[in-house]
Ligand binder design. Structure first.
Ligand code: PEP
Ligand code: MG
Length: 880
């Protein structure tokens, strides 16, 4: 049987998004469960693929099926396309399998021509209504099908009325509307040399072709690229009988969410506009009323809407977003989809839905986007400072979060500053799909116009950015986009402002941030995640403070303590430099003793913070050169301050300089060239552990990790230094402690020799930063620009330093695991590169049998959740 290409709305289900697009599939589902949806049909994504396979021509089979569906629609509605007495008028909308945020356009009132507009007037007894719909049709059709700039229609309307959209529906007289229709038609003719066809069938065919073409238009392609939406399977097109929200005072249009998308509270949330159409809502030009106010004016419709939301939630078992139209008191649902929500609302909704028996706990855990919870972990403004900060504008709290950044007034300016690493706050009149890259690059967004459902708000929520909208006249942006006026003060581009998306406020200057609250529903979800999780999550921590932060976020140990990072604070750097640059052995020993005491104190504190959880301390791994003063002048100044001879300091420095330090004397190579450093560190670690055990009266779970290992001889050489020194310290103190030795796996050769290495150690810790750097031959510190260019050109699917490269680096890890576990089945495996904070990578680590991941403290909850989700998805999670 030939493949079906066009589906009536009573022929599909929500499972069919790949075929019917998200909109078409959900309309079909609603039709199936008896929700009032205007009847129609959906042209499948398969038809879109055929259109492109046919070189941009409509497949005759698709055309034939569309004709049949139009006839069916005519039968169901009792109206006919082009009928001068009772015309069928259509809404034609594009939709993809995933939400496209308004990037795909719509044609409304298709089927109107000089005859049918008269019929519309006769049927409704309202000429103004008929003319307004004609204007909508001319603008939406000619902009999409004929390429006329839609703003030009807005200009014409504004010239006539003084404003584009208004609460007064009698702003233009009938005569003026008739004139405007002619002006619209003249504009179309002047711009294109052609007219809008009168024949509704021709209109429909042209409209469908234009909607199919828009899938590959530059704007839509770039939108897909930003959101990483694949080209396949393409766009579906839904054709429905028109219903009118602009049919008088008992009509209107609105959007509803079944729960509050900001807090997650269980109450209807949304907006409604009387006598208006959907595009009026989206433009946010008229101020809509809150749904609760609509409830007082239209109690029956409100009750029905509430009932429908309950049905939708039961059907979809999730927070739903729906668009609706009320036509002369009758309610229609025009689309429904999973409602976007803030991280806070996602957590509350998931927890509440478990207690309402709508979902189980595993589903609740899977519902939370691990990356989004970083929002909850994000610091907020210090209330003391916020209290005193100068408020320069107030608006609607459109997307939660707090942000400080430099003022910019266009997406382009945002991108420029973002590229040089500056945080920016984008302030615009409003935003549309073309601003998405700018919104993405910004820390926060402020718009003069808009509502919680308008473009900027939706996009900001989706990207987890703070957003304040509808600040109105509080801010006046200068035409040259270089400054804005707020009250009597001018703020220039580049100046700092702060915004609070929880409170809808814009402040002058920068405000100090404080840490978040992690109890309540968040704590519950994380608790459930921990129950299902099988992989451990540790934190990378170099100081006692970081260790504490990681533990507060739920870490189960330290997976990586980078010893060299201890020397970046205060005057420690100078001490370290003295250790490297002092030639005289006696003086050098004195400095090393001082350093040892500092390290010992740090390690001691770390052990006591960790209260017996595992701590992996890595021996020093940094090219010594990185600790040297940069210039000769600085070297001389250093020598003078340290009371060393300039000549000797320069001699040592010269001997340490390397052309390629990342591939030079670093990692365990340092320990071999300078065994006294490894000895000093081991003494510090072991003596701190002894002291901590005595103080805590419990065992320290210690592992000493050897960095950047290449060969088993190298590993054993360092291991011998560690063991000998540890023995000596234990003997001197009379206190024996247990400790393990681990090897970092960061060099491809080490992975290939993992069987030999496994004979010597108990743990492998994959350093996926270096492993990626060495396998790609790409510097981890200098190639961000190159990598983003490669991603733009489609050469790399993503940044391998952020998401593990399963096919290359991942394969190497798997090889090492197989070799290592063959020798030592219980070999403990950890990963501590930056990819451990990434959801996909965590899933991969679960798949290949890693025992723990270790990430920066702020990423610990992300990794806990991602690990739980991976375990649930792979069926390896513990049961409820
Ligand atoms: C690594 O290489 O992945 C690693 C954790 O070590 P560092 O980032 O300190 O080189
Ligand atoms: Mg490394």
């Amino acid at each position: 049987m030939d493949k079906k290409l066009v589906y009536s709305l009573n022929e599909g289900s929500s499972e069919m998004t790949e075929i019917l697009g998200e909109k078409g599939a959900n309309l079909a589902e609603m039709t199936k469960i008896g929700i009032p949806v205007p009847f129609g049909f959906t042209i499948s994504t398969e038809a879109c693929s055929r259109f492109y396979e046919n070189g941009g021509k409509m497949d005759p089979a698709v055309r034939a099926e569309i004709c049949a569906k139009v006839s069916e629609l005519e039968d169901v509605t009792g109206k006919n396309l082009g009928d001068p007495e009772n015309p069928l008028l259509l809404a034609v909308r594009g939709s993809a399998p995933v939400p496209m945020n308004g990037a795909l356009k719509t044609i409304l009132n298709l089927g109107l021509n000089r005859d049918t507009v008269n019929a519309l007037e006769k049927m409704t007894g309202d000429k103004r209504f008929a003319l307004n719909n004609m204007l909508d049709f001319l603008a939406s059709y000619s902009s999409l099908v004929m390429g006329v700039d839609e703003d030009k229609f807005i200009d014409l309307y504004t010239q006539k009325s003084g404003q584009f959209c208004t609460d007064k529906d009698d702003l233009l007289s009938i005569g003026e509307l008739e004139d405007l229709e002619e002006e619209y038609r003249n504009l179309i003719h002047e711009e294109t040399g052609a007219d809008v066809p009168e024949d509704p069938i021709e209109q429909l065919e042209n409209g469908i072709l234009a909607l199919l073409r828009q899938w590959m238009s530059p704007d839509v392609v770039s939108y897909r690229k930003i959101r990483q939406i694949p080209d396949e399977p393409g766009e579906a097109i839904t054709v429905q009988a028109m219903v009118y929200g602009n049919a008088g005072s008992s009509s209107g249009t609105g959007v509803v969410l079944s729960r509050d998308p900001t807090s997650g509270e269980k109450r209807l949330y949304g907006e409604f506009m009387i006598n208006a159409k959907g595009s009026d809502m989206q433009r946010g030009i008229r101020t809509p009323m809150e749904l609760s106010i609509m409830g007082a004016a239209f109690p029956d419709v409100y009750d029905r809407l509430k009932h429908i939301c309950e049905i939708l939630e039961t059907q979809y078992r999730d927070l739903q977003y729906a668009e609706f139209t009320v036509q002369k008191g009758k309610l229609y649902i025009l689309q429904t989809r999973r409602g976007r929500r803030t991280a806070q609302a996602a957590v509350r909704t998931a927890v509440d839905m478990v207690s309402e028996n709508l979902i189980d706990r595993k589903t609740a855990v899977l519902r939370i986007d691990p990356v989004s919870i970083e929002n909850l972990l994000a610091p907020r403004f210090d209330p003391e400072q916020e209290k005193d900060a100068k408020v320069i504008a107030e608006g609607i709290e459109a997307s939660p979060g707090c942000a400080c950044g430099r003022l910019v007034f266009s997406a382009e300016q945002a991108l420029q500053l973002h590229q040089i690493g500056e945080p920016v706050i984008l302030v615009q009149k409003d935003t549309d799909a073309e601003d998405l890259a700018g919104i993405y690059a910004s820390a926060g967004i402020v718009t003069q116009r808009g509502a919680t459902t308008s473009h900027a708000s939706g996009a900001a929520r989706a990207m987890g950015k703070a957003c304040v909208t509808s600040v109105g006249d509080d801010l006046e942006i200068a035409d040259d986009l270089n400054s804005m006026q707020a009250g009597d003060k001018t703020y220039y581009r580049g100046e700092y402002i702060s915004i609070n998306g929880f409170r809808g406020r814009v402040y002058e200057g920068q405000i100090h941030m404080i840490p978040p609250d992690l109890s309540g529903d968040f704590g519950k979800i994380m608790g459930w995640a921990d129950e299902f999780r099988t992989m451990k999550v540790r934190t990378n921590a170099n100081t006692p403070e970081e260790a504490k932060q990681g533990m507060d976020f739920g870490a189960e140990g330290i997976g990586l303590c980078r010893s060299e990072h201890m020397f970046y604070q205060g005057n420690r750097l100078q001490l370290f430099q003295r250790m490297i640059l002092t030639e005289d052995p006696e003086k050098r020993r004195e400095v090393m003793e001082e350093i040892k005491q500092i390290q010992r104190a740090d390690y001691y504190e770390i052990f006591t913070v960790m209260e017996g959880f595992p701590v992996s301390i890595r021996l020093l791994d940094l090219p010594l050169q990185d600790f040297l003063p940069d210039s000769r002048r600085e070297l001389a100044a250093f020598a003078e301050e340290a009371d060393l001879s300039v000549g000797s300091v320069q001699r040592v420095a010269d001997s340490l300089r390397e052309n390629n330090p990342m591939l030079g004397r670093r990692g365990c190579r340092l320990c071999i060239m300078h065994p006294e450093i490894a000895e000093m560190q081991t003494e510090a670690i072991i003596s701190a552990a002894i002291e901590a055990e005595e103080k805590m009266k419990r065992q320290v779970d210690l592992e000493i990790v050897v960095p950047l290992v290449i060969s088993v001889h190298e590993l054993n050489t360092v291991k011998e230094v560690i063991s000998r020194t540890a023995q000596k310290v234990m003997k001197e103190s009379g206190h024996k402690i247990e400790y393990r030795i681990g090897s970092m796996l960061e060099v491809p050769r080490a992975c290939m020799r993992a069987d030999a290495l496994a004979e010597s150690v108990d743990t492998f810790s994959f350093g996926t930063n270096d492993l990626t750097q060495m396998m790609y031959g790409l510097s981890r510190s200098d190639t961000a620009g190159l990598i983003s260019e490669y991603i733009d050109q489609g050469i790399f699917p993503n940044d391998p330093f952020k998401t593990i490269d399963r096919e290359g680096v991942g394969k190497m890890m798997q090889r090492a695991i197989t070799l290592g576990r063959r020798v030592k089945p219980n070999l403990r495996l950890g990963v501590c590169g930056a990819q451990t904070g990434d959801q996909d990578s965590v899933q991969f680590f679960q798949e290949i049998g890693i025992n723990y991941v270790s990430c920066s403290p702020f990423r610990v909850p992300v990794a806990r959740l991602a690990a739980a989700q991976a375990a649930i998805r792979l069926g390896s999670g513990k049961d409820e």
